[in-house]
Design a protein around this ligand. Structure first.
Ligand code: GLN
Length: 203
């Protein structure tokens, strides 16, 4: 009980947003609340104003891309991501990328992180799968339960991008300055290891 209270207290002064236009934002909200963070579901530019950091969830990047423009969030999200912590999971990683290789759907990524990706890179062989991957967090090897759902594959990483986790020799968890991106989801079960890493190291 005491340990639980101290974890809650640790994160209670963090104001964290989850982009809530579409996709898997409720599970992120649930995990953030379980750690005691102050959570805002972001739908309008003014929602970003009071926040310390943001999660862009998985979902469908074509729809997210569309709604970002419809809700006038493109420039505000770009400006936020230049300076504040942002973690993009799956479609969120697609939105953070510089370029999308093989971009038939003409999704316009925000271009905040120096990576190129292929959308739905694993999709043709396997629709979705769960794997335990090894990540290097806080200079320690850590196992993460990772769910890949039509996940993007990183095809290029700029020199300032640090790979933190691999699946089959391909980086699937990367960091650059204030930004974190994962090809996979970790919010679907109760493991908050990566979320705690984000809240501790990026804020
Ligand atoms: N491949 C999907 C897309 O292009 C992303 C899937 C996901 O977020 N789980 O948006």
């Amino acid at each position: 009980m005491l340990i639980f209270q101290s974890v809650m207290a640790k994160f209670s002064d963090l104001r964290v947003g989850v982009l809530a236009l579409q996709g898997d934002f409720e599970r992120h909200q649930y995990q953030l609340v379980s750690l005691g963070a102050d959570v805002t579901l972001v739908r309008l530019p003014e929602d970003l104003r009071r926040l310390d950091g943001l999660i862009i969830p998985g979902g469908e990047s074509t729809t997210m891309d569309n709604l970002i423009d419809r809700f006038h969030l493109r420039q505000p999200l770009y400006e936020f991501g230049r300076v504040k912590p942002v973690w993009g999971t799956c479609a969120g990683m697609i939105m953070l990328a510089k370029a999308i290789t093989d971009n038939q759907a003409a999704v316009q990524p925000l271009g905040l992180m120096d990576i190129d990706i292929v959308r739905t890179g694993y999709g043709r062989q396997v629709f979705s799968f769960e794997e335990t991957i090894k990540a290097r967090l806080n200079d320690q090897e850590t196992e993460l339960k990772a769910t890949f759902i039509r996940a993007p594959i990183i095809t290029r990483m700029g020199e300032n991008v640090k790979p933190l986790g691999y699946y089959n020799d391909t980086p699937v968890l990367v960091a650059e300055r204030n930004l974190l991106a994962s090809s996979f989801h970790t919010e679907l079960d109760d493991d908050t290891t990566l979320l705690k890493f984000f809240l501790t190291k990026f804020f």
